[in-house]
Design a protein around this ligand. Structure first.
Ligand code: FEO
Length: 412
C-alpha cells in the first residue's frame, strides 16, 4: 500500500446491500480506459463482505485501491476476522489487492475455480498464495449460510465464476450484468435509466460480445438455479435489486447473446482526409434515411471505438468509409475495425457497405469491404468509391447506395 493510500485511512465506509452482505469495493473516478475501452464515466471494483459465521470476502479490487478496500472492510469488521476469500475471477481489477489482503487477513481458505487456481498462480509469482479449487455446483458451508458456485467459463475469462449466497439470494456475478460507471449510488434503481441502458450495452459490446455463446449458456444456468435471485451484485457498477430490473437486464442479455438487431438502425463510421469521404457519408445517410432507417453517424475524428462497438450491438446495417492513404486504409479506420473484428460482431441480421475517396488506389475501398466481410458483415452491393472529390452525380449515386442498403435490409 502506498503512502497516499495510508493517509486516506478512515475515509471510506461500507454499504449494507442485504441482511448479511456489505459492499466494500472501490470507486475509480479517474479510469479513462479499460484495456482499449473508453470509460469516461469511470468504474467501480466491487467487493462484498458476507457477515456469516465464517466471514467471507467476495473478490478484491485493483491494487491501487487496496487501502480503500481495507478501509471499507474495517468500517464493518476487523479485516483479520475474515475467514474465507472467494476469487470469482483472476483479472487484476479483481485480484490486484489479493496479495496484500492475504497478508493482512491470513484467511483459513481462498477458493477459486480450477482455472482460477491456475491463473492466480500465474499472476502472483512467489507470493505463496494457496488457493483451493471449487467445481460447478459445489457449495461452501459458512456455518449459518451457504455459498454455491457456478462456473461461468469465458464470461469473461476461462477462470470466471459466479457465487450465489443462499438465504439472502444474492448472485455475485463478477463481470456479467455490470457496467463501467463510477457513482456514489450502489443500486441500479438510483441511477438515470438511460445511463444504465447505455453503459450496460457498452459493457456487453466491449467485454462480453466475443463470448456470447458462453454468456447464453450461463443465462440458462441462472434461469435454472432453482433458488430466488433477490439481487445481482456484479463487480462493476451498481447492483440490481428490483425484480423488474433483474428481469430487464436478463432480457437485454438474451437479446444481445442472440444478436437481435433493430431492423431500422444503421451505423455509419468513417474518416476523411480532404472531406470527400465525409461528403459520401452524408449522402449515404440521406439514402438510408429515405429508405426508412435511423442513422447513427459516427465520424472517427470524434468517436471512441468502444462507442462504435456499442452502437453496432443492435444495428442491422453497418457502413464504413475510408479514404485511400498510401495504398491502405486510413489509420483510424484500421484501428476501429481491428478492435471491432476482435469483438466478433457477426450476427444473423447485419448487412453493410464500404465506401470512400481515392486518388490513385481504388483497391482500398475493396479492401475495406473485405474487412467487413471477414467480420461477418454481408455486403449485398459492390463497394462505392470515387476519385478525388465526388461530383453531384457521385453524390446521387451515394444516396442511391444508401437506399439500396436500406432496401436490402428490408428484404431480409
Ligand atoms: Fe472486471 Fe474481466 O475483469
Amino acid at each position: 500500500m502506498n503512502e497516499s493510500e495510508r493517509t486516506m485511512a478512515g475515509a471510506f465506509s461500507s454499504v449494507q446491500i442485504s441482511e448479511h452482505v456489505y459492499w466494500v469495493g472501490a470507486i475509480d473516478w479517474e479510469l479513462a480506459d479499460f484495456h482499449g475501452y473508453a470509460t469516461p464515466r469511470g468504474s467501480t471494483y466491487n467487493a462484498f463482505l458476507i457477515l456469516a459465521d465464517k466471514v467471507t470476502l467476495i473478490d478484491t479490487v485493483k491494487e491501487k485501491y487496496t487501502g480503500e478496500l481495507l478501509d471499507r472492510i474495517s468500517s464493518v469488521i476487523d479485516p483479520s476476522k475474515i475467514d474465507i476469500i472467494v476469487s470469482n475471477h483472476s483479472e487484476m481489477d479483481h485480484t490486484g489487492a489479493l496479495p496484500e489482503i492475504v497478508k493482512v487477513v491470513k484467511p483459513e481458505k481462498i477458493v477459486a475455480s480450477p482455472k482460477g487456481v491456475q491463473a492466480i498462480s500465474r499472476h502472483f509469482h512467489g507470493t505463496g498464495i494457496e488457493v483451493e479449487a471449487v467445481k460447478e455446483g459445489d457449495t461452501l458451508d459458512l456455518g449459518n449460510m451457504t455459498l454455491r458456485f457456478m462456473l461461468t467459463t469465458m464470461v469473461h475469462w476461462p477462470d470466471s465464476m459466479f457465487s450465489y449466497l443462499e438465504g439472502d439470494g444474492v448472485l455475485f456475478s463478477n463481470d456479467a450484468f455490470g457496467m463501467h460507471l463510477a457513482s456514489t449510488e450502489r443500486f441500479v434503481d438510483e441511477v438515470d435509466p438511460w445511463v444504465v441502458r447505455y453503459e450496460s450495452a457498452k459493457y456487453y459490446a466491449n467485454i462480453l460480445w466475443p463470448t456470447s455463446k458462453a454468456v447464453s449458456a450461463v443465462l440458462k444456468k441462472v434461469h435454472s438455479l432453482g433458488a430466488p435471485i433477490n439481487q445481482i451484485a456484479p463487480d462493476h457498477g451498481p447492483n440490481w435489486r428490483i425484480n423488474d430490473d433483474i428481469h430487464l437486464v436478463m432480457d437485454w442479455y438474451r437479446d444481445w447473446t442472440e444478436g437481435k438487431s433493430n431492423p431500422d438502425k444503421a451505423v455509419i463510421t468513417f474518416d476523411t482526409m480532404w472531406g470527400s469521404t465525409a461528403k459520401m457519408a452524408r449522402a449515404i445517410a440521406e439514402g438510408l434515411g429515405a429508405g426508412g432507417m435511423t442513422v447513427r453517424m459516427l465520424p472517427l475524428q470524434k468517436t471512441e471505438r468502444s462507442d462504435l462497438a456499442t452502437e453496432l450491438l443492435d444495428a442491422s446495417v453497418f457502413v464504413a468509409g475510408s479514404p485511400s492513404l498510401n495504398s491502405g486504409l486510413y489509420p483510424t479506420i484500421a484501428d476501429a475495425l481491428t478492435y471491432i473484428k476482435g469483438l466478433r460482431p457477426s450476427k444473423p441480421t447485419i448487412i453493410g457497405g464500404a465506401f470512400g475517396s481515392y486518388g490513385w488506389s481504388p483497391a482500398v475501398q475493396k479492401q475495406l469491404g473485405e474487412w467487413l466481410t471477414s467480420m461477418g458483415v454481408e455486403l449485398p452491393h459492390e463497394v462505392l468509391n470515387t476519385q478525388y472529390v465526388p461530383s453531384g452525380d457521385d453524390l446521387e449515386a451515394a444516396v442511391e447506395y444508401g437506399k439500396a442498403l436500406a432496401a436490402a435490409r428490408n428484404a431480409d
